[in-house]
Design a protein around this ligand. Structure first.
Ligand SMILES: [Zn+2]
Length: 345
């Protein structure tokens, strides 16, 4: 019997820095940045979109070795099966099953293939930790119930006014030249998705802290990148020494083999990690008010201020260390260059 594969699952809403975190994690010894593996079947296998290394996925030597162990001829059916099982409308039933101690996502014949995928990735990379930045909580719940997988959940949260602004940017799915754009939901929808996915993430895994659940805010991460990444790597059970930091807020990135995700996953070389705060200047008053109203319960829970630049509400979580209230003005950071995470909603 092989030891279980440890999967660090990045959960939460999109545009919260998950692509950046995944790429940086992939630079540590024993950690493999797999990217958004829930898209492996559709965007990787069927559409042959680029791997993090730049090659079309089916031409990547690493994924070639992994794919040989998988029924790739069934990719379309597996992708369709996943879409069907992870629909938003199944969420109430999923939470009900979780409360009763049942499998949140019912078993399915393809589960054996998914378990084989993670085992093959661990075997061919030699990694102790496989980072999956799929983000969608139902997919994480599905993974956590698979045999041979030990799930640790990293919950990334970012100010919902920032994520709503980020969702509206025009961005090619695989870079500026890609005619297929990443999804651009209206701000009200981005706000509701933020509230739903972050709330569900806490419901599913919040009580597993500290060993199985770690919550990190984008604002705290960008205020102190090296220390925050060390905390995440230690939580994942890997060695936090010898990472890619050349300064407290600068990393040197080498290519990863991540599947899907924000186009910034292809960036290499020295990359500064700074907060992307363009939204503070450019998000309209109306959008700010709408997102604030729709996400109010989450703002309090995750410690974000209601007013632009205002203090966090009383009873909120940890204060932001140099977080949103402290970082004014315009900072051109990794987010502007496209490093924040994304999700297809
Ligand atoms: Zn590759």
């Amino acid at each position: 019997m092989n030891p279980p594969v440890r999967v660090l699952y990045l959960a939460g809403s999109g545009r919260s820095g998950s692509t950046l975190v995944t790429t940086v994690l992939g630079q540590y010894d024993g950690v493999f940045a797999a990217g958004e593996l829930r898209y492996l079947w559709q965007r990787g296998e069927l559409e042959n979109r680029p791997c993090g290394c730049g090659r079309p996925l089916r031409d990547c030597p690493l994924w070639d070795r992994v794919r040989r162990e998988l029924p790739t001829d069934r990719a379309a059916a597996i992708a369709a099966g996943l879409r069907g099982r992870l629909r938003m409308r199944g969420l109430p039933a999923l939470l009900r099953r979780h409360r009763r101690g049942l499998r949140p996502v019912p078993a399915h014949p393809d589960d054996a293939v998914l378990a084989d995928l993670y085992a093959a990735v661990a075997r061919h990379t030699g990694a102790r930790v496989v980072v999956d930045s799929s983000k969608l909580p139902p997919y994480g719940a599905l993974l956590g119930a698979l045999p041979g997988i030990e799930l640790r959940v990293l919950h990334l949260v970012r100010d919902p006014r920032a994520t709503a602004f980020s969702w509206r940017r025009r961005r090619g799915l695989d870079g500026d030249t890609d005619p297929e754009l990443m999804s651009r939901p209206p701000v009200w929808k981005a706000a509701l998705l933020w509230l739903v996915w972050n709330t569900v993430t806490v419901r599913l895994w919040g009580d597993r802290a500290p060993a199985g659940y770690l919550r990190v805010r984008y604002e705290d991460l960008t205020a102190d990148p090296e220390a925050t990444l060390r905390r995440i790597v230690a939580f994942a059970g890997a060695d936090p020494d010898g990472g890619p930091f050349t300064g407290p807020a600068t990393v040197r990135l080498t290519p990863t083999h991540s599947v899907a995700g924000n186009p910034s996953r292809h960036r290499t070389g020295p990359v500064p990690i700074t907060a992307d705060v363009q939204w503070r200047r450019d998000l309209s008053r109306w959008s700010y008010a709408l997102v604030t109203a729709l996400t109010a319960p989450g703002l309090r829970r995750f410690g974000y201020p209601w007013r632009r630049g205002g203090p966090a509400p009383a009873g909120a979580g940890r204060p932001a260390r140099g977080g949103p209230a402290a970082t004014g003005g315009r900072s051109v950071g990794v987010g502007r260059a496209g490093s924040t995470g994304h999700e297809e909603g």
